[in-house]
Design a protein around this ligand. Sequence first.
Ligand code: RB5
Length: 143
Amino acid sequence: MHIALGADHAGFHLKDSLKRTLDELGVTYEDFGTNTAASVDYPDFAQAVARGVAGGQFERGILVCGTGIGMAIAANKVPGIRSAAIVDTDTAKLSREHNDLNVLTLGARVTPEVRAREIVKVFLATPFEGGRHSQRVNKIEGA
Ligand code: RB5
């Protein structure tokens, strides 16, 4: 699996930590930044990652900001993206099984690092269930 990663200044430390999780899992990634504490605008990174996923260059995306909320709002503006701010492993699993979430967002100021790593593992390991959920996801996409 090939993953697009992005963060703003509030999320870049957690993004770096998540790279170690991806390395352990053998998952490859491209890091779209940011990589410093200098203040940046989260939509710039959300759009870069979301466009990469929507365009098929990446299977999934992971974005980190302070809360995960701004990143999810921005990513969802890109057609084909299904993004949500996830704060626990239960909803991480259900977001894959029922919603085919393709861009996970995390909040570095609200989610502890250990839990964020577990959420990422579940997000990457859980398949979409399809079936009745496919018709619902298709309706989101306007099909
Ligand atoms: C940056 O201060 C903060 O607003 C941003 O990281 C994010 O939490 C927005 O949703």
